[in-house]
Design a protein around this ligand. Structure first.
Ligand SMILES: Nc1ncnc2c1ncn2[C@@H]1O[C@H](COP(=O)(O)OP(=O)(O)OP(=O)(O)O)[C@@H](O)[C@H]1O
Length: 347
């Protein structure tokens, strides 16, 4: 039976299906844990042509260093290569080139130990509906070879808020409970690195908040969390660093704060006391959109003070009746970086 989570819907020809080791994750030679939870160097993946489908270069040389202890976001449009990366780390897809280390362990040199250092929560909630959460966790622990006396089933159920549901059939659990159960399932072998693939896809706002709280708690307890998400707000809220992937390449990678500062763009929205047919000439130095009495002025806050914008509006003889400003957010950055068409080699 397959020991780990099955995420692929189109399986790679040669996934590594051996059960992982369950020895504690190793530490660096000096006894301290590794600085990097995940380290990828020049990682490439080409899916072979099959039938009429041509070969696909899905990863074009990914370099990524995910620090131990972080909550790290992987963002990218559909098809960017996020799942391919995760599946390589989970041992479900074989890479074509480059190196990958999980918790300092090279996945080529010691694939089983590398797999033991990572837990992956897949996007799909694939679980047997006739098992209870307790049985499912026990089964998973068995698959990972965790000895009975070392199992932490109750503690894990408590950690994900499912203690009362320990003996309920999985089919009676709500979507959110199932997702939390999947998190517990990925943690049975106490991996130091947890990867969540779209943890809140299709989840309502309230539940999303509670899942975020769980993720923060796991992280506070020392787990490095890597998550993929389509919700930019989720990444902005939860992740301390973010890598944006597009067409199989990392196009940006920095702390969330620094990334947000890179756009150096703010919008000032002013509603004035007169209908305008054209942008006043006093605002010629700015990028302005005009809608009736509303002027939206874009300016770089590092070089232009908001007073200069206001003075330019006043100089046109206009009185401002309402005013607001908007900082650029991750969505602006994401759109700017991922609008670019695929470069050479995109299959
Ligand atoms: N088994 C496969 N065989 C052939 N091509 C594949 C296979 N799996 C993925 N691809 C292709 O590789 C590219 C990267 O896909 P991947 O699933 O890694 O992207 P993703 O960023 O996870 O997208 P999503 O956000 O939609 O899950 C896509 O063009 C996809 O069609």
């Amino acid at each position: 039976m397959f020991p780990g989570p099955v995420i692929m819907d189109r399986p790679d020809p040669m996934p590594d299906t051996r059960a992982p080791d369950t020895q504690p994750a190793p530490s660096a030679p000096n006894g301290s844990p590794p600085e990097l939870a995940i380290e990828l160097r020049g990682l490439t993946k080409t899916y072979k042509a099959s039938g009429k489908a041509p070969a696909k270069l899905a990863l074009k040389g990914i370099d990524l260093a995910i620090p131990r202890g972080s909550v790290y976001g992987l963002l990218g449009p559909n098809g960017a290569g996020k799942s391919t990366m995760i599946n390589i780390l989970a041992g479900l897809v074989t890479k074509s080139g480059g190196t990958a280390k999980i918790w300092g362990i090279d996945i080529d040199q010691d694939p089983r130990a590398a797999r033991a250092a990572i837990g992956v929560v897949p996007q799909e909630l694939n679980m047997d509906p006739f098992f209870t959460p307790r049985e499912l966790l026990d089964l998973q622990a068995g698959l990972y070879g965790v000895p009975k006396r070392e199992r932490q089933t109750d503690r894990l159920l408590e950690a994900v808020g499912l203690k009362d549901k320990a003996n309920a059939y999985a089919r009676t659990l709500s979507g959110g409970m199932r997702r939390r159960l999947m998190v517990a399932k990925a943690m049975v072998h106490t991996p130091p690195v947890l990867v969540l693939d779209e943890p809140t896809a299709g989840v309502d706002v309230e539940l999303r908040q509670s899942l975020w709280a769980h993720v923060r708690e796991l992280n506070r307890a020392g787990t490095t969390v890597v998550l993929t998400t389509h919700y930019l707000e989720e990444a902005q809220e939860l992740c301390d660093s973010i890598a944006i992937i597009n067409h199989g390449q990392v196009v940006a990678c920095d702390s969330t704060d620094r990334l947000l500062r890179t756009l150096d763009r703010k919008d000032l929205v002013a509603v004035v006391d007169q209908d305008l047919t054209e942008v006043p000439s006093t605002l010629a130095g700015f990028e302005v959109t005009l809608k009736g009495r509303q002027l939206t002025v874009q300016y770089p806050p590092s070089r232009v003070k908001v007073g200069e914008v206001l003075n330019a509006i006043a100089a046109a003889g206009l009185t401002i009746v309402d005013l607001s400003t908007k900082e650029s957010d991750l969505e602006d950055i994401f759109l700017q970086l991922t609008r670019a068409p695929a470069g050479n080699g995109a299959g």
